[in-house]
Each structure stands twice: as structure tokens, then as C-alpha cells.
Write a protein that binds this ligand. Sequence first.
Ligand code: PHE
Length: 354
Amino acid sequence: MNDADILNELIATAKTNFSQSATPADLENAKAQFLGKSGRITEFMKGMAQLSVEEKKSRGAAVNLAKQAIETALNERRQALAKAELEKQLKAEALDVTLPGCQRVQGGLHPVSLTLERIEDIFGSMGFDVAQGPEIETDWFNFTALNTPEDHPARSMHDTFYVEGGTENAPNLLRTHTSPMQIRYAVQHVKKHRALIDAGGRMPEIRVIAPGRTYRVDSDATHSPMFHQCEGLWIGENVSFKDLKYVFTYFCRTFFESNDLVLRFRPSFFPFTEPSAEIDIQFQSGPLSGQWLEVAGSGQVHPNVVRNMGLDPEKYIGFAFGMGPDRLTMLRYGVNDLRLFFDGDIRFLSQFQS
Ligand code: PHE
């Protein structure tokens, strides 16, 4: 065999060995057999020592070419193995980019909570305090103190949920309205200012709203056994029905952002107010334009109730109202079924997030 044949065979064997190397480590071992210190190319060059200068030159050139060819084959195989390795890894860690991502969903306030916040803001701007009270009430605060004694026919206006506790004649109950907060708040307020009141001084006015959950045995598209109310109370030495009209008109116009909204005070009956009125509102534009919509009960606080607050009804007078935040929310957003508020359906609720 001449040199060229030997070298060509070397190249061919190297290529075969390289392509049979399945891992980078195998490949580096195969490389050593050809290009390493005691590899076959090195061996081949050792035999050149006795050759003439001319022969060394031509052989050296041939050996270099062979070396280059082997190196090229080696690099190609290195790249092929690296590529295969990468592909294997990509396959193992494959991602389906068409799957929906894991996003963290932003929660938000319930539409009725948004309404309660608005109510608190608007009345807050008129100097009203915000008070919270218990949902399990005694008969005294829910009825008796509010001028609704036992056997009073007005009690049957409320379909009451009774609970354990209280006395046999006056069991505890789930409050049927937020009006018990009139008494609870006023009693605390009066207690705080008792000395001043007794000395004939000027008691700071009672001005409060009390939002919260209320309960009645009732359930249909516009009634839920649990619903919300927001009580309002303003008591002073000179607070009149005129102030009620002003305050409630201002509230409704601000709440609905409608300056031409009209209010109607329709005579009604509540044991704890005299005179009493239902408050109806009427929009002058929009889908509900022209209809009278009932939003609250109201009236001048009954003297017996003022007395139960610990105040002299000859000196202190004022008004109260009780409105339905659920109803206000339905009107504001055009919701026609109250039950949607309590189903917890995220498709409904997410429409109210800003
Ligand atoms: N508590 C009454 C109701 O639930 C509403 C009301 C509150 C009326 C305050 C007058 C004054 O219907």
C-alpha cells in the first residue's frame, strides 16, 4: 500500500469510528486513536524521520490533509452529537405553548360591596359616622325599642327567623332590618354625652349610617332570605323632614350620578317613625326613565323611639331611613334578578371589576 492509500484508509476508518460513537465521551476516545499522542497519525509521522527533505515535504503535506479531513469529520460528529443531545433535552422538557398559561386572577369587590362603599363615601362626605351591629338580635332592639311591642300588628309585616336564646316571649332572632342600630348607636352616643345632656348642654348631633345584612323568610327574583339594608339616622335639636328630603335627594343624585333624578315621598307606615314615607326615585333618562322605583323607607323618628334612646323627645327630634343596597345595585347596573348577587358565579361577578 502506498502512503496515499494508507492515509485514505485512515480517514475512512476514523469517519466510521466517529459515526459509531454514540456519546461525546466515546467520540473523544475515538479521536485519541487517530489524533492523540500515540494515535495512528502520530505513528505514521514517526516513520518519516529517515526520509529525504523532498519526501518529507510531500508526505507532510499529505499527512496534514489527512489530519484536517479527520478533524473535520470529528467536528461534524461533535456538532451532530450536541444537536442530538439538545433535541433530546427539548423533547424531555417539551412545553405545549398552546395550553392556557397559569395566570393569577385578580379578585375584586362584590357589586353590593361596591355599592356599600359608595354609600359610605357619600354619607361620610355629609358627616355621617358608619356603624356595624350584630346580625343576631334581641327582640328588644329589633322590635320593642322601636315602638313595636308584643302583639303589635306591625310585627307580622316581618317574616322573622327566630333563633335560640332570649326569653320564651321574646326569643332572639336574625335582625329583620338595620333599624335596631338606631337604638344601639344612639344609646352609646347618649351614654358618652350623658353629663353634658343632663347639664342642659348641647349634645353633638347623632349622625350615622349602619349598613349590614338582614334576614326575612322570603325568596324570589326580588327577595332573598338574606339581603342588605343601610340604616340612616340624624338626631339633633332641630332636624326636620326638610333635612331628610335634602340629604336623601343629594345622596340619590350623587349615587346615580344623575342631577335630574326626581324623588317622591309617599306616605306610609312604620311603627318607629311618624310621619312615615316610602321614598321612590324616578330617572329622567335611560332604560328606567319615567318609572317610580321604591328605594327606602323613612320618617321622623317616633317620640317613643327617641325616649328609648335615652333622650327627651320634647328636645330632640330627627329622621331615619332604611334603604336597600341590593336594590340600588340592581338599578345602577341594570341587574334584573337579585339571586345573581348570591350565586357566586364568577362570570357574573367579574363583570363588576374595574
Ligand atoms: N326598617 C324599615 C324596613 O325595613 C325601613 C325604615 C327605616 C323605615 C328607618 C323608616 C325609618 O322596612
